[in-house]
Every structure is written in C-alpha cells, then in structure tokens.
Design a protein around this ligand. Structure first.
Ligand SMILES: C[S@@+](CC[C@H](N)C(=O)[O-])C[C@H]1O[C@@H](n2cnc3c(N)ncnc32)[C@H](O)[C@@H]1O
Length: 209
C-alpha cells in the first residue's frame, strides 16, 4: 500500500517551560554520552529534538493521527518518545543497544514520563529478508542499521500495525528500508514521521491503493 505525503507547517513557536527543561537535560546527557563513546563506535546520532517536537505538535493540532499510540524506531535516548508522551501520546521506543535503552529509561523516569523502552529490533519477524533486499536494491554500502536481531514487539506485547504513529531517524540510504517496512507492516491510516538532517521532517500516511 502506498504512502502519501502530508504537508505540515514549519513552526518555531515558543516551547512550553516543561519541554525546555526536559530538552536541556536531554541535551546534557546526550552530549556526555557522545563524548564518552569512542568515535564511530555507536550508531546513535540524535535528531533535532525541537524540530521533531513541532512536528508532533502539528500532528496533534491538525488531528492527523487515527489514534494516540506512537513508537520510536531506534529510540536512542528516547527523547522523541518522551516528548510524545508529554503531548499525551501513549509512547514507546525500540532500541537495539542496551546502554541506550538504560539511558532512555533513566531520562523518562527522572521526568516522571510513562514511556516504555524495550531492547530489540524494530524490524518485525519475517521482514529480515525485506531488509536485506532493500539494502541490495538501494546499493547501501555503509550502514548502521542492525538487521539480524530479535524484534522488540513481543516484549511490548504490541504488533507494528497497532501503532498510529511511527517516528524514525534513518541514516542516509536507509529511508527506503524504513518506508518499505512501514508500507508492508503498518496499519492502513497510520502515520510515518521521519527526520532528515539538519532540520527536515517528513510526514507520510499509509493509504489503500
Ligand atoms: C540515527 S539514531 C536515532 C536516535 C533517536 N531516534 C533520535 O531521533 O535521536 C538510530 C538509532 O537506531 C538504533 N538501531 C539501529 N538498528 C536498529 C534496529 N534494527 N532496531 C532498533 N534500533 C536500531 C541505533 O542504535 C541508534 O540508536
């Protein structure tokens, strides 16, 4: 089933105080983590959280989602899922690296946010071949996306088609895989929000043919 683009306005409106405080702390922790990680030893690169926050806000303002459940694919520090929960989404994140899962849980807990983070892959069972194919078709020579790990949906006790919104920050060359997985496994009507460096977000909806 195809994805259609949805226009969202770029907003730079003033952030609420609680979001400012949360993002300040998130930035400190993320910077510390990156400083402590050996160069190129991690696949984690943070998105521009303010840009993504405004996009989530636009989804709410425009009543664009068919429900309020959101999953962050490759959640890193879980900042986007946490922001989503501050906007009343029921949010969760799936992250392959256990130390990042621990960091995301700590950050959310410290701000009293009810977000669930699980360790595992966001690639659904049975889709590993789809992932390998997408790489081959797309000639992606260099990639950080891990394609051979157990999926995280079991621990969440949710299937991919139960999410109304999925957020992902794909590495260059990985957008094709992210959209292929979403087209194949997400619910009809669900939204895919992706971030692209440095300040772009794309919103797409899965529709019937
Ligand atoms: C570019 S970072 C984005 C982090 C976060 N979503 C953000 O916007 O700040 C991508 C993350 O995906 C994780 N990752 C890579 N392959 C994964 C997989 N198959 N399942 C879950 N997480 C994965 C990496 O460890 C990394 O933390």
């Amino acid at each position: 089933m195809p994805l259609v683009d949805i226009e969202i306005s770029n907003s730079d409106s003033i952030l609420p105080d609680e979001i400012v405080a949360f993002l300040r702390e998130a930035d400190v922790r993320v910077s510390q983590y990156l400083q402590d990680s050996p160069r190129r030893a991690t696949a984690f690169v943070p998105s521009q959280f303010k840009t993504v926050y405004h996009a989530l806000h636009a989804i709410i303002d425009g009543n664009l989602a068919s429900g309020n459940s959101l999953c962050e694919w490759g959640s890193g520090f879980g900042v986007v899922a946490s922001l989503a929960s501050m906007l009343e989404f029921i949010a969760c994140g799936i992250e392959i690296e256990q130390d990042l899962v621990d960091e995301s849980r700590r950050l959310a807990e410290d701000f009293g946010l009810p977000v669930e983070f699980v360790q595992g892959s966001f690639i659904p069972s049975g889709a590993e071949a789809c992932a390998e194919e997408a790489y081959a078709d797309n000639n992606s020579a260099y990639s950080w996306l891990i394609t051979d790990a157990d999926n995280g949906y079991e621990e969440l006790q949710l299937d991919l088609d139960e999410f109304d919104v999925v957020f992902a920050y794909p590495w260059p060359g990985e957008d094709y895989l992210i959209t292929s997985l979403f087209e194949k496994y997400a619910a009809e009507g669900a939204l895919l929000l992706t971030y692209d460096y440095p300040e772009t977000v794309y919103l797409r909806r899965k529709v019937s043919e």
